[in-house]
Design a protein around this ligand. Structure first.
Ligand SMILES: Cc1cc2nc3c(=O)[nH]c(=O)nc-3n(C[C@H](O)[C@H](O)[C@H](O)COP(=O)(O)OP(=O)(O)OC[C@H]3O[C@@H](n4cnc5c(N)ncnc54)[C@H](O)[C@@H]3O)c2cc1C
Length: 370
């Protein structure tokens, strides 16, 4: 039994899904947003909200950025301290953006959808377990036993999305899959409220250990790297690093973790955009859009949701959902984030092959050359 028909269905209400829903708020399309959890829900993250996230929010609606800054606890980041061996590189990062807890940031986006997108029916606690192709789009089956139909599908359900893999035919690329853990700490010494810290080791590159100050006085501390570079349990690498590192151990001597150490997947982009087909687009982590150098994905997730929604709206208007139409989404992505991803992908591969290049690149980065 079909519960409702929609023009556009979005699976997942993270940054990608909410950006898509917000982009469609003034359209004439009937939209459904399905989310397996209920908000506010937490997301394991470093909480670094980069400039692409901020710029996309502004593009969706300039007043949303103002509202974010006026209502959310966020720290403006102006500097980065990069540690490598015994050297420290300090640089201005005017484009980094903010730190803000994902619990708050994602809930902020979700609340905007609920408040402003009257054409979007929101289904919380409604995980989509299966989609089935029909002549006019898809049937969606929820874990609660309901069934919906849609002409256009935006798959935004994160790094573990089986639906994305089934639709695009892509396989889980284990060699480019990263993993990261993070915990919140109190009492970390010598923090600066406008400075993020990143610590590299050759063997884990592009992975790194991060120390991000948060507006509530806690610190988000984490470590991530490619799964294939892990020779030990990731939690133990992280804990040993902060406990024994010459520079960090005194700063963490009296620090206490105020949350469990938890982890998640990092699907690094490999300079490919397998993200469209007849009646569907895939966005954010489900399309492996994570930056190959920084491991950040919120900005690309939001940008991809924003572009996919524009293409989906046109498909509905023209009654044409063929892959020649949805390919326009992939082309927008290529144009807006493809060059960045390409440069960073090539740079990462180069450093991974010739690890001695890492300090050279850090020096060039400091001088603003790369
Ligand atoms: C430890 C760690 C640290 C990170 N640090 C940063 C950082 O500092 N900065 C940064 O930019 N990026 C960071 N990232 C990456 C960032 O978290 C992701 O790139 C970003 O969350 C992607 O957004 P998304 O909307 O694509 O997916 P998600 O944020 O994962 O959202 C997907 C949503 O879909 C829902 N969902 C899943 N399956 C279903 C289903 N079947 N039906 C309905 N709903 C479903 C989920 O509940 C979730 O709400 C980090 C990742 C990790 C693991």
């Amino acid at each position: 039994m079909i519960v409702s028909n929609f023009d556009i269905a979005i699976i997942g209400a993270g940054p990608a899904g909410c950006s898509a829903a917000l982009t469609l708020r003034n359209s004439n399309c009937s939209v459904a947003l399905f989310e397996k959890s209920s908000f506010p829900r937490n997301k394991i993250c470093g909480d670094g909200i980069c400039d692409r996230s901020i710029n996309t929010l502004k593009e969706i609606n300039p007043s949303y950025l103002e509202e974010f800054l006026n209502t959310q606890k966020a720290l403006r980041i102006k500097k980065a301290e990069i540690g490598y061996k015994n050297r420290s590189y300090s640089m201005d990062v005017t484009s980094f953006g903010y730190t803000c807890r994902r619990l708050d940031f994602d809930n902020f986006l979700f609340s905007l959808v609920q408040r402003d997108a009257k054409n979007v029916s929101v289904f919380q606690n409604c995980g989509i377990s299966r989609v089935e192709r029909t002549d006019n789009g898809f049937y969606l089956y929820s874990k609660n036993g309901e069934m919906f139909s849609t002409k256009m599908l935006l798959v935004c359900n994160g790094a573990s999305s089986m639906i994305a893999r089934e639709l695009t035919g892509s396989k889980l690329d284990k060699s480019n899959m990263g993993v990261a853990v993070r915990a919140y700490y109190s009492g970390v010494k010598d923090l600066k409220n406008d400075t993020i810290e990143l610590y590299f080791k050759k063997k884990y590159f592009p992975g790194y250990l991060w120390i991000f100050p948060m507006a509530d006085g806690t610190t988000n501390v984490g470590f991530g790297c490619l799964v294939k570079d892990l020779k030990d349990d990731i939690r133990s690498i992280f804990e040993k690093w902060i406990a024994y590192d010459e520079k960090l151990r005194s700063r963490f001597a009296e620090a206490k973790s105020v949350s469990p150490l938890v982890g998640g997947l990092i699907p690094y982009n490999v300079d490919k955009f397998d993200c469209f087909g007849d009646n569907f687009c895939v966005c954010g982590d489900a399309a492996n859009l994570i930056d190959p150098v920084t491991g950040g994905g919120i900005g690309n997730a939001m940008a991809s949701g924003y572009y996919a929604a524009q293409v989906a709206e046109k498909c509905v208007l023209n009654g044409n959902f063929s892959k020649t139409e949805t390919e326009k989404y992939s082309k927008m992505l290529q144009k807006r984030i493809g060059r960045d991803i390409h440069t960073r992908f090539v740079l990462t591969r180069l450093i991974m092959k010739h690890r001695w290049l890492l300090p050279v690149c850090l020096r060039l980065w400091k001088k603003g050359v790369v």
